[in-house]
Design a binder for this molecule. Structure first.
Ligand code: ADA
Length: 534
């Protein structure tokens, strides 16, 4: 098996509609978002990327780690696959033809329509960038090479894991297995089997020990940790977890959704240094690098399929539901080996008070459970007072905005935080499921020190009150504050508290990752509350 990166400079053309023949006069980096090019911000177009690729004639798999929003791939001018699932990892397997040079074209648009079946909607509160968000690779393989290895830790006391393997086309007769570079055993092919990892060390956010398994030359890394959410606590290897962290968008004004690996690394180091142990990857499948880094530095992750405020007409659209289901399945398959991923989610803030949600939610939950029962499944609800679907998922995850949206404008909103948190602790006191606030926050315009709403000080006071509440009200298992840093959205949202500058300004850092007042204050608070050491 040979894997070649196709990242780099590609020929490039931007066209307005699919009838125009692209004239590849320009260049673009891959990865890269075309609507962050000078003069293109806010434009809705089709990015056409072209390059030559040499192959040896063996069968190949082209992997697009993430693109947006609709993508079609052409090999020697013939279409070899389409993707309508933004942020999805796509794998296209095909016969490349004769050995030698071929032409690869990727056309990807950022069009948004009112079609209920579409996964990305105009009304979403984050920017729908166009382009190739992440790596493009070409894998040349033999038919019995392994395509997929899955490792599920079963027992943290014995180090037992369950392994599943899948070949590209024909099963090899034998499996040659080693752990951490040391030969373990040879056995005849089986799709699924169990092993005891020799000399194993447990994975946790404090000690993120990883292991590697190599089977027939293919290596994947994994961590041994077992989750338990059968009570009101969330346990990792038998120990209750308090999750304190933030939501994070894959977004930067200069790079759009094609955030470079180094930026992702710095974001995650900032989050780790802050003392947070949890990130909700809002609101779409996460990048491989992001999860690899979280595995290595010890941050827990909630990963979810793309969705935002979806209404009954979308929830009851078969096209929409089928796309969501496909994305959930692909997300689980992509990320299953990452010990950092502890929660699967979908359909952020959908109409979960409407009957239409009662079909799609179990459908997505079952699709995920069919592939993985080692992690809980959930959706973040913004209507916990009238939700009719909370019994359909494994944990309770609520998005609430006391002191920001849900407030009497004449009052000081901070005084609403603890009573609201108490209200939900009380409401769910007898439900045997962990309770997590999956979003809570307030906007702060970077540099506004007036102390009023929209100032850094108001945001800091609000978030401090929330975090103290999470420590003091035992019923809460954790919180993902909204939001790590300011992120691109649309200015014409029509929301009451709109989006000045075209950003969601609820970041604790600004869009260039400069801290607002809340960031150091929360760090001090985590020390004071003995959540982290100085
Ligand atoms: C919602 C939503 C977020 C963001 C947030 C806000 O709860 O899930 O994506 O839009 O509100 O800032 O209002």
């Amino acid at each position: 098996m040979r894997i070649t990166s196709l990242n780099g400079l590609w020929e490039f053309a931007l066209i307005q509609d699919y009838d125009t023949v692209p004239d590849y006069k320009s260049v673009s980096t891959v990865p890269g978002c075309f609507d962050t090019r000078p003069g293109e911000f806010g434009q809705r177009k089709i990015g056409c990327y072209r390059r030559k690729v040499r192959t040896s004639g063996k069968k190949v798999m082209l992997t697009l780690a993430a693109c947006g929003l609709h993508t079609e791939v052409f090999w020697d001018e013939k279409s070899i696959g389409k993707s309508v699932l933004p942020y999805n990892r796509e794998e296209l397997v095909f016969e490349p033809g004769e050995a030698g040079e071929h032409t690869l074209v990727i056309m990807t648009d950022n069009f948004v329509t009112a079609d209920p079946g579409e996964q990305f909607k105009k009304f979403y509160d984050f920017y729908g960038f166009g382009g190739i968000y992440s790596d493009v690779t070409l894998t040349e393989f033999e038919s019995d090479d392994l395509r997929y290895i899955e490792v599920i830790p079963l027992n943290y006391e014995t180090g037992e894991v369950r392994i599943k393997v899948e070949a590209f086309e024909t099963a090899p007769s034998e499996l040659e297995i080693s752990f951490d570079g040391k030969e373990y055993k040879k056995m005849s092919f089986a799709e699924e089997f169990c092993c005891f990892v020799p000399d194993f060390k447990l994975w946790s956010p404090e000690e993120p020990n990883l292991h590697e398994v190599t089977i027939n030359g293919k290596t994947v890394s994994f961590g041994i940790r077992v989750l338990d959410w059968s009570t009101q606590e969330f346990k990792l290897n038998g120990k209750p977890l308090k999750l304190i962290g933030c939501n994070r968008h894959e977004s930067h004004p200069e790079f759009g959704a094609a955030t470079p690996d180094n930026l992702i690394l710095n974001d995650l180091l900032l989050i780790k240094q802050q003392g947070f142990n949890f990130i909700r990857g809002s609101h779409y499948p996460q990048r491989e690098t992001m999860l690899d880094i979280c595995d290595r530095i010890g941050i827990l992750v909630w990963e979810e399929a793309l969705g935002w405020g979806n209404k009954p007409e979308e929830l009851s659209s078969e096209t929409f539901a089928a796309r969501e289901e496909t994305q959930c399945r692909k997300m689980v398959r992509k990320s299953i080996n990452h010990p950092s991923v502890i929660i699967w989610g979908f359909l952020n803030e959908c109409a979960s008070d409407d009957e239409s949600a009662k079909t799609i939610i179990p459908r997505l939950r079952n699709a995920i459970r069919e592939l993985d029962t080692s992690r809980p499944v959930t959706f973040a609800t913004n209507r916990p007072r009238r939700d009719i679907c909370l019994d359909l998922v494994d944990i309770l995850t609520i998005n609430i905005y006391p002191g920001w949206y849900d407030m009497d404008c004449k009052a000081d909103g901070i005084s609403e935080i603890l009573p609201t948190m108490q209200e939900f602790a009380e409401k769910f006191k007898d439900v045997q499921k962990p309770l997590i606030i999956s979003e809570i926050g307030a906007a702060a315009i970077f540099g506004d020190h007036s102390g009023h709403r929209w100032s850094e000080e108001y945001q800091a006071r609000l978030l401090e009150t929330v975090v103290n509440g999470i420590f003091d009200i035992k019923r809460y298992t954790g919180v993902a504050l909204w939001l790590f840093c300011d992120a691109n959205t649309y200015i014409e949202t029509g929301y009451f508290f709109s989006r000045p500058r075209g950003f969601n300004n609820k970041g604790m850092l600004n869009e260039y990752r400069k801290p607002k007042v809340s960031w150091p204050r929360l760090h001090e608070l985590l020390i004071k509350r003995n959540f982290i050491k100085e």
